[in-house]
Write a protein that binds this ligand. Structure first.
Ligand code: SAH
Length: 214
């Protein structure tokens, strides 16, 4: 998602107390930053932040970090925090490839990927957020029994993501090829911006939950 460059978004983000600047310095210290030992869950590629904002509002006993590479998009998430401030939600403006520089081993309890960019060209497969290259990065920051949840309406990306799971030494916990008709997996489901858009067009939503092979 790339919104037209909103002028001044970089400056606003640079001054925001809701965005952690130099996050490498927070590595291993996220509990201190939040001021609580509550579990930490992150969304990579959060877009405008509807999903993670609602998650954080519903679960005050969990700490959340929303990660987004574009300032113009992240700005929208900051605006939601002005309307409804939450003390358990922070943001990082960064490229997800560098995730292991920001979180210590086993520092994260759950990772969410929602409607990740498909990178349809084969030569860009390594850039896909559910690729085995990214799963190796997640492996380094996620708790032993931690989980990764991925939703998309892109069938090719979902099939690719499913293939990557065993290759990276992970296993499926739950899977749905039509989330919105799956009563069990829909329990507590929070719709993302893209999920609202694409499900209203009639697209089925795919979802998996995965963890490392024991
Ligand atoms: N999760 C949101 C947005 C999906 S669009 C939703 O479901 O509505 C994908 C978002 O991920 C875009 O905003 C894009 O800028 C961001 N993104 C993609 N690749 C990224 C990466 N490598 N690092 C950080 N953010 C990324």
């Amino acid at each position: 998602m790339r919104l037209r460059n909103i002028s001044g978004s970089k400056e606003i983000i640079a001054q925001s107390a809701l965005v952690v600047h130099e996050p490498e310095r927070a590595k291993g210290k996220w509990q201190d930053i939040f001021g609580s030992a509550n579990p930490l869950r992150i969304e990579i590629g959060m877009g405008k932040g509807k999903f993670i904002h609602e998650m954080a509002a519903q679960n005050p006993e969990i700490n959340y970090i929303g990660i987004e590479k574009y300032s113009s998009v992240l700005l929208r998430a900051l605006q939601k925090m002005e309307e409804t401030p939450l003390s358990n939600l922070l943001f990082l403006r960064m490229e997800a490839e560098n995730i292991t520089e920001v979180f210590e081993r086993q520092e994260v309890q759950r990772i969410y990927l929602n409607f990740s960019d498909p990178w349809p060209k084969e030569r860009h497969a390594k850039r896909r957020l559910p690729s085995k290259e990214f799963l190796e990065r997640y492996d380094r920051i996620l708790k032993k029994d931690g989980t990764l949840e991925f939703k998309t309406d892109n069938k090719e990306l979902f099939e690719f993501a499913l293939e990557q799971v065993p290759l990276a030494g992970w296993e499926i916990v739950e899977v749905s090829y039509d989330l919105h008709r799956d009563r069990k997996m829909m329990e507590g489901n929070i719709m993302t911006e893209y999920e609202e858009k694409f499900s209203s067009k009639g697209n089925p939503i795919y979802k998996y939950i995965i963890k490392r092979q024991q």
